[in-house]
Write a protein of this length. Structure first.
Length: 279
């Protein structure tokens, strides 16, 4: 993959899309809660995902980010509140149903087969065929050419689509997963900590393609614990803590410094500093 990206080259968020106004969100969570017995996994969380925008969900481990992903992806159903897809109240029964409604979720482990070539992973589970009856077989030429073309359309210049996907860097594998979701018609792309295990340079590569998906009109949900990465590309920010929402902001309502401060603990951090200084 040709790497011409640094973390500053992810597009001008302010000029990416017009104001949302009265547009119907592609996905909307309104005061959603989820309980496991007496355990509160999520409570009173609201989120809007608009076409051509990136909504960032931030929080530390245990904040409820994974539960939120599972509700959107159809793995779990919410216990209270409303979950809407394009304005329609919805209760998804399975990940396949979520995918059929245009929601593609890319998890940290990416669910790839490392020894298979890139083109095979690109079409994994949705392989086109040619021929009839006993002569039906996978259309390998179509898969190779389509994979190469779709990656190039996203600006991903891969050396060889026949190489095992396990030989790619973590950032390159994330980019292939994003291009795959775009090709298969996703309207909403949910990304689970796509830069968590990456260095600065590879994180910049991934954020570039997250912005490219936004610019193609997708609504993106970026799950992260890194406020700097979120602020580079985000249009909206939802902050979670211990399963509850403790902040929701449009980009023009919060600065990076304040977003970082709240992620670091906000008033709790100030109390700790005063306590340490007192000692």
């Amino acid at each position: 993959m040709t790497d011409k990206t640094d973390t500053g080259d992810v597009g001008d968020v302010g000029d990416a899309v017009p104001e949302a106004g009265e547009r119907t969100p592609l996905v909307e969570l309104d005061d959603v809660s989820k309980y496991y017995g007496n355990i509160r996994a999520l409570e009173g969380v609201s989120l809007e995902v608009h076409a051509g925008e990136i909504s960032c969900v931030l929080g530390d481990n245990g904040a409820g980010k994974s539960t939120l992903i599972k509700i959107i992806a159809g793995l779990h159903q919410h216990d209270a509140g409303a979950f809407r897809i394009e304005g329609e109240d919805t209760r998804l029964g399975s990940p396949r149903e979520s995918l059929d409604r245009g929601i593609a979720t890319v998890y940290q482990d990416l669910a790839v087969v490392p020894l298979m070539p890139v083109w095979r992973n690109f079409f994994l589970g949705s392989e086109p065929t040619k021929g009839v009856g006993p002569f039906r077989r996978m259309d390998v030429d179509f898969m190779r050419e389509t994979t190469r073309a779709e990656l190039l359309r996203m600006g991903i210049d891969l050396r060889d689509v026949d190489q095992p996907i396990g030989t790619l860097s973590g950032g390159e594998r994330q980019c292939v997963a994003i291009a795959r979701a775009v090709y298969f018609g996703a309207k909403v792309l949910v990304l689970d900590e796509p830069t968590a295990a990456l260095g600065v340079k590879q994180s910049g590569v991934v954020l570039k393609y997250v912005a490219a998906a936004r610019d193609q009109g997708l609504g993106v949900v970026l799950i992260t614990h890194n406020p700097h990465h979120a602020y580079l590309v985000g249009n909206r920010f939802v902050l979670l803590k211990r399963g509850a929402m403790f902040g929701s902001y449009a980009r023009d309502e919060i600065t990076l410094d304040e977003l970082t401060r709240q992620m670091a603990g906000g008033s709790e951090l100030d109390d700790l500093r005063h306590e340490l200084e007192g000692r």
